[in-house]
Design a binder for this molecule. Structure first.
Ligand SMILES: Nc1ncnc2c1ncn2[C@@H]1O[C@H](COP(=O)(O)OP(=O)(O)OP(=O)(O)O)[C@@H](O)[C@H]1O
Ligand SMILES: [Mg+2]
Length: 427
């Protein structure tokens, strides 16, 4: 078997069968030697060696049928028998035997044929063993690959999930940040307003009080004047006193108005109060309209339509913030003249407050983004893009909804819809 060359070494794997074949052949008294060899031919070569004569080859077909017969009496027959299997491997069985007959008879050929058949089975077995081994290897490899792919897929899925989570956290962070920035903005505005209110309160009370004192002095002066004899002088002075009284009256009215403004400012500055209380929608609307007075000015006409005004439970500071954001947007959208409509309504289990304007409306491509934090179409110094996102958060915290649409007649309308009664969430 060792002599069989590299390619036939594989036959070791085919088990003992081949060895047994060789042994069996060698055990035959006429056989000098038998072994498997490597050959380059498709046909086996069988030749008879005669010591006196030159070698006379004769060929056996694949089936072992000799083509040419040897006539010599005693000689050595060398046979190279092709191994017929389904592979391209060209192996052969080499047998060297004594041969006394002048030719190979039918029995000899039968033996050869059966030998070849057994050999073929052995080689087929070898092939199957090899194929099975390859298959097993391939299978293992593909199973490993499948497992690997599966594992990759799982890892991918996990990564995907992590990514989604990251994105969600990022958005949350952004929202929190925008709320912080906005509430900081509102808080510092609140502090400012509270500070100013406080500072203004004293001098205004002082002026208001002084007006009263001035009036009493005037009363005294008038009484004394009645004792003055000169008609002309008295008349002139009385005229001046009347004038003075009207000035004082105007000033008193002015300082009262300032007092009222300071009071409003104070209620506005309580923005950060996280408390829920009962308040009429009209109060919310009016506080905000007052705050917006300068921004609204003369160019914008205000239509105040209070269709629903029963007390509702809410966080007024926060709702004021929302309404002011909506009103500011509306007024900013109307570049020149326009109409601002503020309307409260009631539906089955909710009430709503809408702010409509007669501006250009919201462009369709912008509409899906307006509630996103930092989304703005305004110049850098005009808007941070936080108004609507913060409003959205506040309304959500109230368990409500905020919607935006364009009006049929032009302009935009924003509506906050808030639950009534038990449905209210305390955020
Ligand atoms: N009434 C409206 N008419 C037309 N577009 C509007 C109106 N209200 C809001 N928008 C659009 O929505 C965007 C986002 O509004 P949002 O109030 O969130 O931010 P902003 O007004 O730009 O800035 P900020 O309110 O922070 O000062 C605006 O930039 C604008 O494009
Ligand atoms: Mg805004």
């Amino acid at each position: 078997i060792h002599a069989l060359g590299e390619r036939l070494l594989q036959i070791h794997h085919a088990g003992e069968m081949l060895e047994n074949i060789e042994k069996a052949i060698n055990a035959h008294p006429d056989v000098l030697t038998a072994r498997f060899v490597k050959t380059e031919r498709r046909h086996g070569l069988c030749h008879v060696r005669d010591p006196e004569k030159s070698v006379q080859p004769f060929v056996v077909t694949r089936e072992g049928e000799p083509i040419k017969r040897h006539e010599k009496k005693s000689s050595v027959v060398e046979m190279l028998l092709p191994v017929l299997n389904n592979t391209d491997e060209e192996n052969a069985l080499y047998i060297k035997m004594r041969h006394f007959k002048n030719h190979l008879n039918r029995d000899d050929l039968k033996v050869v044929q059966s030998l070849l058949a057994q050999l073929n089975i052995a080689l087929d077995n070898l092939r199957y063993v090899k194929e099975t081994a390859d298959l097993v290897e391939e299978l293992t490899r593909s199973r490993v690959r499948e497992e690997y792919v599966e594992q990759l897929r799982n890892t991918n899925k996990q990564l995907d999930q992590k990514n989604k989570e990251l994105r969600r956290l990022f958005r949350e962070l952004q929202e929190k940040e925008s709320q912080l920035i906005h509430s900081e903005k509102m808080a510092s505005l609140g502090h400012l307003v509270a500070g100013i209110s406080h500072e203004l309160n004293n001098p205004i009370s002082f002026i208001y009080a002084n007006m009263k004192i001035l009036n009493t002095y005037l009363d005294d002066l008038q009484k004394e004047l009645e004792t003055v004899d000169e008609d002309e002088l008295r008349k002139r002075m009385e005229e001046q006193i009347t004038e003075l009284r009207s000035i004082i009256e105007d000033s008193a009215r002015g300082s009262l108005a300032v007092k009222q403004i300071v009071k409003d400012l104070k209620s506005f500055s309580r923005l950060d109060q996280a408390e829920y209380k009962s308040i009429r929608p009209s109060e919310l609307v009016d506080t905000c309209l007052k705050m917006m007075k300068t921004q609204i000015g003369d160019r914008v006409e205000v239509l105040r339509q209070i269709e629903f005004d029963e007390p509702v439970l809410c966080n007024p500071g926060q709702l004021n913030q929302v309404i002011i954001n909506l009103m500011t947007n509306a007024v900013q959208a109307m570049q020149y003249e326009g109409t601002l409509i503020v309307r409260t309504e009631k539906s089955e289990d909710a009430w709503s407050l809408s702010v409509a304007d007669s501006g250009p409306g919201i462009p369709a491509e912008v509409l899906p983004n307006i509630f996103d934090p930092f989304f703005t179409t305004k110049d850098v110094d005009q808007g941070t893009g936080l108004g609507l996102s913060v409003s959205h958060t506040i309304i959500e915290k109230h368990g409500g909804k905020i919607t935006a649409e364009n009006r049929a007649g032009g302009g935009a309308v924003f509506r906050i819809i808030l639950p009534l009664g038990d449905k209210l969430k305390h955020g």
